[in-house]
Design a protein around this ligand. Structure first.
Ligand code: ADE
Length: 425
């Protein structure tokens, strides 16, 4: 457990880290102008006055800025980690000490502590849940149904969580409306693509110091995260191979200029493997046995199920940690395979996650959606909703303005043309 547990205010690793966390939260805030504007507006209007929020998000400098904006909007919010390995301990300490936001998160916590932290956040009896991966919502709907009656609505950050929520809605077990933040254009086109693209390579490089130029980089999955990762790996000079199960996405990868093949064929060719599929056992026991000596394997999808590390652990002759976030497995053949970050999302395990400038848009969507839910929950059904299109566009317009860009405006004649069907060539 924690070395420095704070009974009521949360459970963090070490309060002595708070000074550093405070500075880093401020630094990230400098690159989050949209959230800053929303925070100032929230502070004036207090649209979340008294709303109890439990947020289960990656505890990073960017998330801290979101939590502060919600608090300034009047919310009574607590935070727990959405992954055992993504917490920035200095941020958690500063949130508790400097910002009065109870935080339950310790980097490297066991699964047991991870779930106990979610339960602590649920003890706050939230009216609104904010989730990243759907673990908070799942625990509420299974182990803590006693708290469900007070929940009015929720948000979900990521692709994996949205998929789980749709499954819950289909099974008719979802007990309150949830907005899928990931569906907003100003979320997935930027966070998933440019955020994951950059931060994943950042994680691989920080963990290994490998040179990407000339390497065969295998990207499993060509959703928005895969597109971004493949694009950025190519930008660093890698020869990128894409693996897919969806023919349309595979075709898109081919026409984007990447080699496409099944993982079985990519396994003996790749130097670096990055999974971003949201699926399980994408690199399985047989693939591991066929890898080149020295292959580097990691995951940047939400859950640590994309690499079958259980089978690898059973097959390997030995395993040892050779650098922070790098485990060396020696295979029966004597070949070595290096697995990064225990198969957990490498961008948050070994690096700092997506840069603040892109989280600015994701978290602007979060803040505006929470405000929307607090005002409109009574008219919503128990299902998954997209971010209202006007909020999505507002975030884009605010970000453009913050970036100093201006765009054209339709003339009256153009508007009428776009709204009519009678005019041809
Ligand atoms: N997901 C990916 N990067 C993140 C970040 N920097 N903060 C919170 N969630 C994230």
């Amino acid at each position: 457990m924690a070395t420095n547990a704070v009974a009521v205010q949360g459970d963090v690793k070490d309060m002595a880290l708070a000074d550093q966390g405070k500075l880093r939260i401020e630094w990230a805030g400098n690159s989050m102008p949209v959230l800053k504007t929303i925070r100032a507006d929230f502070a004036r209007r207090k649209p979340l006055k008294g709303v109890r929020i439990a947020a289960c998000l990656h505890v990073t400098t960017e998330t801290a800025n979101l939590m502060i904006a919600l608090r300034d909007g009047g919310a009574d919010a607590v935070l727990c980690a959405s992954n055992p390995l993504s917490t920035q301990d200095d941020v958690a300490a500063s949130l508790v000490r400097d910002h009065g936001i109870p935080t339950f998160a310790i980097k490297g916590e066991s699964n047991e502590v991870y779930y106990s932290h979610i339960l602590s956040a649920i003890d706050h009896k939230p009216q609104v849940t904010m989730d990243d991966g759907c673990d908070l919502v799942t625990i509420l709907h299974t182990k803590r149904q006693d708290v469900l009656d007070s929940v009015i609505a929720g948000t979900e950050e990521t692709t994996t969580g949205v998929i789980r929520l749709h499954a819950m809605a289909k099974d008719k077990v979802l007990r309150y409306p949830v907005i899928a933040i990931n569906d907003a254009l100003t979320k997935h086109l930027f966070d998933n693509r440019y955020g994951t693209g950059q931060s994943t390579l950042d994680g691989v490089i920080r963990a290994t110091n490998v040179l990407l130029a000339g390497q065969n980089v295998v990207v499993a999955g060509y959703g928005w995260c895969g597109r971004g990762t493949a694009m950025r790996a190519r930008g660093m000079g890698a020869n990128v191979i894409v693996t897919e199960v969806d023919p349309t996405k595979a075709l898109e990868a081919m026409m984007d200029g990447f080699r496409v093949m099944p993982m079985r064929e990519a396994a003996p060719i790749g130097d670096i493997f990055i999974t971003v599929t949201g699926c399980k056992s994408v690199i399985d026991g047989r693939h591991f046995e066929n890898l080149k000596d020295g292959a580097i394997v990691c995951n940047s999808g939400h859950f640590n199920v994309e690499l079958d590390l259980e089978t690898l652990g059973k097959t390997a002759r030995s395993k040892r940690e050779v650098r922070a976030f790098v485990d060396e497995y020696v295979m029966p053949s004597g070949k070595k395979v290096f697995v990064l970050g225990e198969g957990r999302l490498i961008n948050l395990a070994a690096a700092e996650g997506h840069p603040a400038s892109v989280m600015d848009m994701s978290f602007a969507n979060q803040a505006l959606s929470v405000e929307y839910l607090a005002a409109n929950y009574k008219s919503l059904d128990k299902r998954v909703y997209s971010v209202p299109a006007d909020l999505d566009r507002k975030v884009a317009a605010m970000k453009l303005e913050a970036m100093g860009a201006r765009i054209d405006v339709l003339t009256a004649e153009q508007e009428s043309y776009l709204g009519s069907w009678s005019e041809g060539t």
